[in-house]
Ligand binder design. Structure first.
Ligand code: HSE
Length: 441
């Protein structure tokens, strides 16, 4: 009879508490599936006194995360404290140096230190599992690392931040303002402690950097990801997208191109008919394009205690059953360094919204400047200002700008910027042009 796996949990917040409960509730199933029991033997948290509604009888309390990681009764150290650096980092390093298995949901830490930690795991015969770091309950790490290990991956992209998708969905469906939707996302506990991390795209960038490493065998490098958030997206863009057959999503995209691996996070127009466009609210989705097979899309809850606990417990189960894989699917020495792909070289279709002066020749000037850069226009729409704005007492005069919306065929970002600079010099538009990249499925 194999002894139960001794689990030590550092951090008893929403996720940590959910993990303790899930291990307790799934005891029998875990023992059947893993061939041995899984037992929480020790924990540590900032406050021991806090009421959590957990039954921790027979579980010892460690002084701090480091003491927990080196506790001889702990075979598997589970880090659920968060934070890219201390105290999580030293505790994980200590567990790995002792040859133990580590399970973490900490995307910031894996994005920053994942490669070095994988090296430590390899050197000391331990393991570091991080399924919950990306897409919570969606088993995308395992899918890329194990399920598709015989397939060359061309592109992996998806909705990796529940907060942003929740905001964009409610703005589109209910016409609410960005600020109102963000407030609700915070109230519902989706957003990070500092929500700018979500809305400026950094949370997505960390998750994307991890997925890109697994997909393309590169070293995780957040700095190689181009990042743009969603705060510039207006209800007007969402309405225009809808009328043109698109939806706006904050996507993380990692793609193999002739010039290298492109990793980018930005608001993106996706065709309304695509699988990714159907994903609404806090739900996450990842599409994987592999050579020789149709795309695979995984959809599921990407945030929240129960969803994250599901992935953490699955990682613990792998440790219990002795399933060991290299953290990034290859030995660290085989992972290639990747650099940031210059977005100026990005090629694709574009949505462009300009506030144009309502004068004869304006549309012709815009079309000429685009043609000079060999940009072909798929559609162009000039919209009159909202009736609501006029109703609100905004008198429309000849000088009131009107939105002109263009969809281009594939072109380079550089060409788009050159054309728009020329249009600005022509003084036929006011304000800054809105540019949103289009991703085709
Ligand atoms: N703030 C994150 C989100 C939580 O909104 O997706 C999960 O990483």
């Amino acid at each position: 009879m194999v002894a139960p796996l001794g689990v030590g949990i550092a951090g008893l917040g929403t996720v940590g508490s959910a993990v303790v409960r899930l291990i307790e509730a799934q005891q029998r199933t875990l023992a059947e599936r893993c061939g041995r029991g899984v037992r929480v033997v020790a924990v540590t948290a900032r406050s021991r006194a806090r009421k959590r509604g957990l039954d921790l009888r027979g579980v010892s309390w460690a002084r701090n995360p480091l003491a927990l990681a080196t506790d001889p009764n702990v075979d598997c150290f589970v880090e659920l404290m968060g934070g890219a650096d201390e105290p999580a980092l030293s505790a994980i390093e200590a567990a790995l140096r002792a040859g133990k298995a580590v399970v973490t949901a900490n995307k910031a830490l894996i994005a920053k230190h994942g490669v070095r930690l994988a090296e430590l795991a390899e050197a000391h015969g331990g393991a570091i599992n991080f399924e919950a770091a990306v897409g919570a309950a969606i088993p995308v790490v395992k899918t890329l690392r194990e399920g598709l290990s015989g397939t060359t991956i061309q592109r992996v992209y998806g909705i990796l931040n529940g907060t942003c998708n929740y905001i964009l969905t409610r703005m589109e469906q209910e016409g609410l303002s960005f600020a109102e939707c963000l407030k609700d996302a915070q109230r519902l506990g989706y957003a990070e402690a500092d929500p700018s991390f979500d809305i400026d795209g950094h949370d997505t960038a960390q998750k994307l950097a991890i997925l890109a490493s697994l997909a393309f065998g590169t070293k995780v490098a957040q700095r190689a990801v181009y990042v743009e958030g969603i705060s510039s997206i207006s209800p007007q863009d969402l309405r225009a997208a809808e009328q043109l057959g698109y939806r706006v999503k904050l996507l993380g995209v990692a793609v193999r191109t002739a010039k290298g691996i492109e990793q980018r996070v930005h608001p993106t127009m996706v065709p309304k008919t695509s699988s990714i466009a159907q994903v609404m609210g806090v739900t996450n989705a990842v599409t994987i394009d592999g050579e020789g097979i149709p795309p695979i899309t995984l959809v599921g809850p990407g945030a929240g205690g129960a969803a994250t606990a599901s992935a953490v417990v699955a990682d613990i189960a792998d440790v219990a059953r002795g399933a060991r894989v290299l953290p990034f699917g290859r030995p660290v020495r085989r992972l290639r360094t990747t650099t940031k792909a210059p977005m100026e070289r990005h090629e694709g279709g574009y949505y462009i919204r300009l506030m144009a002066r309502d004068l004869p020749g304006t549309a012709a000037t815009i079309a000429t400047r685009l043609a000079e850069q060999k940009i072909s226009i798929e559609s162009i729409v000039q919209r009159h200002p909202d009736a609501a704005a006029v109703g609100n007492g905004v008198a429309r005069t000849k000088s009131t700008p009107v939105p002109v919306i263009l969809i281009t065929y594939a072109t380079s970002e550089d060409a788009v910027h050159r054309a728009l600079r020329a249009v600005q010099r022509d003084k036929v538009i006011t304000g800054r042009p809105q540019v949103i990249r289009i991703e085709k499925n």
